[in-house]
Design a binder for this molecule. Structure first.
Ligand code: WT7
Length: 635
């Protein structure tokens, strides 16, 4: 019996129980039957949760790119691996076959080696959603270099912080990128970032927008001529199962971004397995995930998961609103997309537009539609179900995180009955528990608590780059022996999970995970600012928006507050990126603080939401009078 594919609900429960009772047998069999290995493992899993020490498939040897590409060539060489849909729909889409992808990745891998990159080196990739992004990532993985993709919306200082944290030797970028009717000058941002990055020796530049850019002699080279000269013969590196595959930064509740490290074999097995099941992937499907490859969703479900299954995956360069709000639906029709995977924030934004944008397209090719990144509200769920899925495509509301590598709690298409706003049941291998404030596991159903996972799964991130202690402290100390997700959840009467949102200082804005601390740090660097506190508040389209309470220095600041607010937002934009800008800024004279100096954010959250009904116990505040003052100031 194979465990790779779940056919029905009864089988789901069977596989689930097997995965809990005998995780080694369960994952061992999946790993053995569905991948090619140079050498078998000695243990399927070896772990110590208290030390946050987790290893899967120890001693095994493998190359993930051989599994993504080479092994498909005999049967699927002429099959399309990647459909590239450009920003401008009048530019021809590209269909890159597995043979062509193989050739491009091998050439790129040779270029990287010629440029001095070898196994274990870190390479920062800062590219728009163009084929070179996929090729660069896969080329790194082929030669064992650790890719660190930085989303091309991040600012220069965010880029340099990430490059320096993992000491990247190389940056792969482009002259720029197209985004709707705008262009973005990526190389200019890289040039600025690299002023502070002594570790970077080489920069390779892809051509996309044909803008005039500066090329620094001895450091920068155009990618194209190097690729033209490179051989397409490349021997892949033999990797240990636990060799790092990539680093991907995610925000934390303290200032510095966390470089989550994913390793090779476990990530490979987990992304392939979850892709196959959650989306009910079948051989001739065309899969489209609209995320950017710069986020984990893109890593796992634009690239690795689909390619490991020999699928056809769409890389979309543009935005949902360009040239008009029918772009998603038009593109589904154009490429006969079978699975469509997007974020609630996009669904809400599109639901606000004229319904004809979507009704114009029958979308008959669609089979499964998915949601990811934040809780999907009931209204958006129904709109998606009625108008996109036509009530015939199951909605898979997939809960997971950068840290988990792949989908954790989600319906399995055509297997798990869906329920609006519920991520439903854990996938096989995933053992969620809800914890109460006293750190006890809450048994039974119809309960709420902090969501933890009590047994390792193959896709879990293994550490934070250069800071294992922080990894331990962040994920394994709040509830000793368990992985703490930072999310709250409820379990309904049949055991379905509904994710209720973050219980820590992270706010999800338009599906982007933003730590409040780094934003506060950026604001506080403004010369006029003494202190600040950021909270999230509900927003129709973005899910949450950011509200900043700012205390100014007592320098007799006489400037116009509106200009100051603009400057603060510009400051955030420069330090982090435009996604972290505040929707509202209120200047205050103090912040509600406990005697130990901790800002009582729950009060600020209520004020930001406009809910003045019940602030709860504020007797532990050092300065209870400030609450009234802030409230008055807002009214
Ligand atoms: C946080 C992780 C991995 C997906 C992209 C975001 C929230 C994610 C859902 C969902 C409710 C969700 C959680 C999680 N989240 N998916 N289906 N329902 N909340 O990855 O940036 O690491 O953010 O996104 O709060 O902890 P991320």
């Amino acid at each position: 019996m194979s465990y790779y594919k779940i056919e029905n609900l009864e089988q789901y429960f069977k596989h689930y129980n097997k995965s809990v009772r005998e995780p080694r047998k369960f994952w061992g069999k999946i790993a053995e039957e569905n991948f090619t290995w140079y050498q078998q493992w000695d243990k399927v899993v070896d772990f110590n949760m208290a030390e946050a020490d987790i290893k899967w498939f120890t001693e095994a040897k493998v190359n993930i790119v051989k599994n993504c590409i080479d092994r498909h060539l005999a049967k699927r060489g002429e099959k399309t691996a990647i459909i590239f849909e450009p920003n401008d729909p009048s530019e021809a889409a590209l269909h890159i076959t597995y043979n062509e992808l193989h050739q491009r990745v091998c050439k790129m891998a040779n270029v990287l080696r010629e440029q001095g990159i070898s196994k274990g080196d870190r390479v920062c990739i800062y590219l728009p959603m163009i084929p070179e992004l996929a090729v660069s990532i896969l080329a790194c993985a082929r030669i064992g270099a650790i890719h660190s993709v930085v989303f091309a919306g991040f600012s220069a200082s965010a880029v340099s912080a990430r490059i320096n944290d993992s000491e990247c030797k190389m940056v792969i970028t482009s002259d720029g990128g197209f985004r709707g009717n705008k262009t973005i000058d990526l190389k200019v941002i890289v040039d600025e970032a690299l002023e502070k990055c002594p570790c970077v020796e080489k920069v390779l530049v892809a051509k996309r927008i044909h803008s005039k850019i500066n090329m620094k002699a001895g450091r920068d080279q155009w990618l194209e001529p190097l690729l033209d000269q490179a051989s397409d013969n490349n021997v892949a590196e033999i990797m240990d199962a636990e060799d790092p595959l990539f680093i991907l930064y995610t925000s934390g509740s303290t200032g510095k971004p966390k470089g989550m490290v994913h390793t090779t074999a476990g990530y490979m097995v987990y992304t392939a397995y979850t892709f196959k099941n959650v989306f009910n992937y079948e051989e001739n499907d065309v899969f489209w995930c609209t995320a950017d490859i710069g986020w984990i969703t893109g890593h796992s479900y634009i690239l690795y998961g689909p390619l490991l299954n020999g699928a056809t995956t769409v890389i979309f360069e543009g935005v949902p609103s360009y040239p008009d709000f029918s772009r998603f639906w038009q593109t589904i029709e154009k490429h006969k997309v079978t699975q469509f995977y997007t974020a609630p924030t996009a669904i809400r934004a599109l639901a606000k537009e004229n319904i004809d944008f979507v009704l114009k397209y029958p979308l008959k090719s669609l089979k499964v539609i998915g949601s990811v990144g934040e809780p999907i509200n009931e209204e958006a769920w129904h709109w998606y179900n009625n108008h996109v899925g036509d009530r015939r495509c199951p909605i898979v509301d997939t809960w997971w995180q950068t840290e988990t590598g792949g989908i954790m709690i989600s319906p399995i298409a055509f297997v798990t009955p869906t329920k609006p706003t519920y991520a439903t049941l854990p996938l096989p291998g995933i053992q969620p528990v809800l914890m109460d404030e006293k750190r006890n596991e809450i048994e039974g159903n119809q309960v709420v608590g902090s969501l933890c996972i009590k047994f390792p799964w193959p896709g879990i991130a293994r550490t934070i780059w250069g800071d294992h202690q922080r990894y331990k402290d962040t994920y394994f100390s709040a509830f000793p022996g368990k992985f703490f997700t930072g999310d709250g959840a409820l379990r309904d009467e049949v055991g379905y999970y509904r994710i209720t949102g973050r219980v820590d200082d992270v706010v999800i804005v338009s599906g982007h995970n933003l730590g409040t601390a780094p934003i506060e740090d950026a604001i506080n660097e403004h010369p006029a600012v003494a202190e600040s506190a950021i909270v999230g508040f509900p927003h129709d389209i973005k899910g949450n928006a950011l509200y900043g309470f700012v205390i100014l220095k007592e320098t007799g600041e006489t400037r116009n507050k509106e200009n100051l607010a603009k400057e603060i937002n510009q400051h955030i934009s420069d330090h982090i990126g435009p996604i972290a800008k505040l929707d509202k800024i209120q200047f205050v004279t103090g912040l509600p603080k406990t005697r130990s100096g901790k800002i009582m954010r729950r009060i600020l959250r209520k004020i930001a939401e406009g809910d003045y009904s019940n602030f709860g116990d504020i007797s532990t505040l050092l300065n209870p009078e400030i609450v009234e003052e802030i409230k008055e100031g807002k009214l």
